[in-house]
Design a protein around this ligand. Sequence first.
Ligand code: SF4
Length: 441
Amino acid sequence: MAQITTQKTKTKNKKYHIITYGCQMNWSDSERFAGALECLNYEKASSLEDADLIVINACSVRQSAVDRVWGQTKKILELKKKKNVKAILTGCVLEQDKTKFKERFDVIMKITDIPKLPEILGEEDKIKLFQDQISQYSYLNVKPKYGNNFRAYVPISTGCNYFCTYCVIPYTRGLEKVRPVDEIMSEVEELVKNGYKDIWLLGENVNSYQYKNVNFAKLLRKINRLKGKFWIHFVSPNPKDFTDEQIDTIAKCKKIGKYVNLPLQSGNPEVLKRMRRRYDIKKYIYIAKTLRKKVPELCLSTDVIVGFCGETRKEFEDTKKMFELIKYDMAYISEYSERKGTVAAKIYKDNVSHREKERRKKILNKILEKTALYRNKKYVGKVMEAIPDEYKDGYLVGKLHNWKTVKFKAGVNWQRMIGEFVKVRITEALPWGLKAEVVIK
Ligand code: SF4
């Protein structure tokens, strides 16, 4: 027995802890990072303090995320005084932010360098083991360690060719690279086989997908034809690349979640030009209206930036009008913050005051509160399917097929319901979600 214990001590695996900031794409990248580390026999640590390797998968899209990385580096420095711990910085980080963080991390690496992890970590003895399991030509094909057992992110592309003037993505992730159809299909098939119920297709510009003769609509239909009961969601589509074929596919395919995030960014044509968004308001309204007409249970959300360089009160009024016209179900409203290295930072002035940005944000939130409630009211009395994600204070909280948040009383068997399809009857509409009761069969 004593011998076995000694043996165990000798082969004790190193532990990793990953901290993720940013969008679903970054979360998906962290899952692939974790998958690669586990191929090198690393184990998930129970906390930051318990780890031998700390990975921060960060994001330079907003200053707030960069500030949070600073906060974490202080904790890492403290930990380094007590134990031998390695820290890696990766993700969508701008060069100037990388330079600032240089002293605080042992390694700063591109996420695309996951296939080089054995060399990066000084674990050259495991190269062979690693290469047998990890795709060497694309990190997107690294087998991920999914965050849960019912919802999974599947990247179909990464990077972007559009260079909107405020955005760091084309600089941090590079130009768009698409994943071959058969790779995507085999990952999705495997997930469905393993009982996953909600599959999210990811891409910075997800609907520009084109691989040989398969465009985004075709890919959606291919996945929709797979046997089994599951939902398909996707993020983020670009209005520029939205087509009638995509709208009809969303309307007709039962497995596709009736949720579309259609980024508006601004309702004013001049601001859109300064942002170098490549669609016009007329096209945007056409997509929104056609989607509403053809997809009755649609939940339409948007992303908006208030106070972009030089945005006058009059220009902002156009965004306000769009909120009143489209009557969004949800919206992610951010105040513009300058990102060094982008075109906007070079040629425009961030000249709208913080106070004014806050004021504009409040105005849009007020409209949203009303329109979201108006949209939610039509679901009262309907029986719908939900997937509960979590238990909170006696309730299960989860999502409907159209990604609306729903909350219902947790019964004695609530543990068995997490991550499963549950039929609920909507009993009350609130601006930010729906209340429901479980439908007993
Ligand atoms: Fe950034 Fe624009 Fe590309 Fe979206 S479309 S990732 S905002 S450059």
